[in-house]
Write a protein that binds this ligand. Sequence first.
Ligand code: PEP
Ligand code: MG
Length: 324
Amino acid sequence: RKAELAQWASRPTITADGQRIEIAANIGQLEDVQKALDNGAEGIGLFRTEFLYMGRSELPTEEEQFNSYKYVLEKMAGKPVVIRTLDIGGDKELPYLDLPKESNPFLGQRALRLCLERQDVFRTQLRALLRASRYGNLKIMFPMIAVLDELLEAKRILEEEKRQLTASGVEVSDSIEVGMMIEVPSAAISADIFAKEVDFFSIGTNDLIQYTMAADRMNETVSYLYQPCHPSILRLIRSVVEAARQEGKWVGVCGEMAGDLTAIPLLLGLGVQELSMSAGSILPARELVGQLSRNEWETLSGQSLAMRGQQEVQSFVQDHRRGV
Ligand code: PEP
Ligand code: MG
């Protein structure tokens, strides 16, 4: 079975009826890049940069970050690399930032909210990213955006840093795409507004499900509410994809759902173009995508949207797949 799957590592991801889908890898540290390549990742769809900041006693320097980003971009040799700006807060703490305790950290000053407050931290990361941009195909992504002003402010700061670097003679790529994660329901609901302001969306289903279901993703007691195939989640994804399509922007999924073999036909049916997952999920996902075609995924997603719950959706997809 392993050898059978391995043949998919060197092939592009193409559906049974010839549509190109991109399967990328989620990475959380530098060692993961090689693993992604070994598994045939066509890009990095989510580089979680938190590892640079965690398990140490002070902020990483611009130089340190620059070297890490450059390493990943060079190693991916022109394949797309989506690097997410710092997503600290929630369950991930940085003791040296000395932030006040919050009673609901997942609803608190997390990710971009913190970066807009601590602009020194944010600007250092952005400069490192901009300087590394000429070594590959960099896309910058902002996490946890809830309202348009956050996105506009993040973009304004990015532009400001870019202007300053360029003015001081530093070479910065002029083709960096800027995107945002869709992981707060507010952003999903108003995706048509956000789509005008970004180059792409990547749907963070881990958080989107947590916030849509109002169920803490770290709390076992309510883990039954983590339901990626629930029609409520599928409907949100559908409206995000439609909003992006109106503006000609691409949409990926980088939450765990992207590597879920029951969810994949549904995501294709909803119009998702890129799936980003942990390296170990890539080959089975690519094999599955190779068996799927428009007729099937349109039936599956179309009917699932009208179902009463996740169980019904999952049984429908699994029975349908077994019957093929
Ligand atoms: C997500 O929320 O789905 C996501 C990909 O980000 P993280 O798991 O790092 O919060
Ligand atoms: Mg998230």
